[in-house]
Ligand binder design. Structure first.
Ligand code: NAD
Length: 473
């Protein structure tokens, strides 16, 4: 059980720890500081890495089943604390309470699902002369760096992958949303042997120290493309293994045979859940000319019926943008629309605060080279473009350096599947968007990432392949 009234602490070597510096945490629904927590520096990082390294020997010797049991206990503990954790998540992150509950439930389900995956040695040759086997061994200490949009889910996925495969962990949340992760650290202190999981809140500079640290063997980073490139450059110094889950600019292609009202509901949710602050949110819609007007009208109606408000209030369907920097960025995207050729169908009037609230915007034909089409807005602003030729829609969807995911929508599943398979992405969905599962790899093509999360493919990213090759007789 967590004491939600206790001061926040770091977790190092199974113990609560403090630091000289502090982080002030803002509730994005009010714009005011509501909590403070310790901010770790290089001394705390060194202690955490040393503790993780000490714990590694015994932890990797446990079998997969034993480590799965530990992770099962973590999933149970998270589930038991879902209400206070969800309230804290909404306070620091902003999303509506129900979405916080869902994030926590998903984290528990996905972690248990991943530990059902079997990693077994593969016999490559077994003949009269040779026995050659491919094994997978743990790497050592994994540094996990997470962003502010889904701090629990995006911590638990890499954490489970690292721990189940026999690694020990130093976990660092975003300085904008450190609190739930610190509380998870407290939960984990009561479950895991000392040193197996260490949790350090800290600023961007702590992330940079992790990526350069000589005794961290792998970095799992979830965040923006720009920071991902810095992580990769810094990790090159010690040739760390990397999993990079970066940004996206997901296109949804809507074919001529859909029911525009029914599809608009699903598209709108996939574009604006968590106020659009989701790596795999729909960020561009290409609609066939025969359904274009009807789809724009239905999306506009969805946007106008969204209930913007503090996520702690049950009536809110859309919370604030998580932080002021991102709020200003989204407001710039909206201001830019006025300079371009697009027609803003709804969302021209924006609330002035307090809090970082943005009313959803639907914009028709903003221009192929506009910022809203080319960049990742990470906010509830939906550009809708018209096409007449399906291959042209695929070409435009692929005309980007991003490659996280995308979707095609049609009553003709075979036609939609054939088009979806042409999308240059890590995941191409048909008649759905934003589905992740424990046994299905998720990750980015192109500049949206490196490696995969979930599935055997994801787990293997936390292990080194080792060939044992024996000459018989
Ligand atoms: P960010 O890149 O600014 O920060 C992410 C984390 O990196 C934070 O913990 C931050 O402190 C740390 N960091 C910052 N500078 C660093 C450095 N030089 N070295 C090491 N660590 C550093 O990202 P953000 O703004 O917090 O998150 C939003 C971005 O995350 C969006 O682009 C979104 O698409 C992406 N994202 C991707 C996925 C995915 O699975 N592909 C999931 C969620 C979010």
């Amino acid at each position: 059980m967590i004491d939600f009234d206790a001061p926040y602490t770091l977790s190092i070597d199974g113990q609560a720890a403090s630091a000289e510096a502090q982080l002030a945490v803002i509730n994005p629904a009010t714009g005011a500081v509501f909590a403070r927590c310790p901010a770790a520096g290089s001394a705390e990082l060194d202690r955490a890495v040393q503790a993780a390294r000490r714990a590694f020997g015994a932890w990797r010797e446990l079998g997969f089943a034993e480590r799965a049991a530990y992770i099962g206990r973590l999933a149970q503990a998270i589930t038991a604390e879902v209400e206070p954790l969800a309230a804290l998540l909404t306070r620091e992150q902003g999303k509506p309470l129900q979405q916080s509950r869902e994030e926590i439930a998903r984290a528990a389900t996905l972690s248990v699902g991943m530990t059902a995956l079997q990693i077994t040695p593969q016999v490559l040759h077994d003949d009269a002369q040779r026995f050659i086997e491919l094994r997978y061994v743990a790497l050592g200490v994994v540094g996990i760096i997470t962003p502010w949009n889904a701090p629990i889910n995006l911590a638990i996925g890499p954490l489970t992958s690292a721990l189940y495969t026999g690694n020990c962990v130093v976990l660092k949340p975003s300085p904008f949303t450190p609190l739930c992760t610190l509380r998870l650290g407290e939960l984990m202190r009561a479950i895991f042997p000392p040193g197996v999981v260490n949790v350090l809140a800290g600023g961007d500079e702590l992330g940079a120290l992790m990526t350069a640290h000589p005794h961290i063997d792998k970095i799992s980073f979830t965040g923006s493309v720009a920071t991902g490139k810095k992580v990769m450059a810094s990790a090159a110094g010690t040739l760390k293994r990397l999993t990079l889950e970066l940004g996206g600019n997901d296109a949804a292609i809507v074919l001529d045979d859909v029911d525009p009202v029914a599809v608009a509901k699903k598209l709108f949710f996939a574009a604006t859940v968590n106020s659009g602050q989701v790596c795999m949110a729909i960020k561009r819609i290409y609609a066939h000319e025969s359904v274009y007007e009807a789809l724009c009208t239905a999306l506009t109606a969805e946007a106008q019926s969204a209930r913007l408000g503090n996520g702690l209030e049950a009536s809110s369907s859309l919370g604030p943008i998580q932080n002021q920097r991102q709020y200003q960025r989204v407001r710039e995207f909206i201001a830019d629309l006025a300079q371009g050729p697009g027609t803003v169908l709804t969302g021209r009037e924006q609330p002035e605060g307090p809090g970082y609230f943005v009313a959803p915007v639907v914009v028709a034909e903003p221009g192929e080279h506009s910022r809203i089409v080319c960049e990742e807005q990470f906010g509830p602003v939906i550009p809708v473009m018209k096409f007449s030729d399906e291959q042209d829609a695929v070409r435009r969807a692929n005309d980007t350096r991003f490659g996280l995911s995308g979707s095609v929508w049609s009553k003709d599943v075979a036609r939609a599947t054939a088009l979806a398979a042409q999308l240059e992405v890590g995941t191409a969905w048909v008649n759905q968007h934003r589905l992740t599962m424990a046994d299905v790899p998720f990750g980015g093509a192109k500049e949206s990432g490196l490696g995969r999360t979930y599935s055997l493919l994801g787990l293997q990213g936390y292990m080194e392949p080792r060939v044992v090759s024996v000459l018989k007789g």
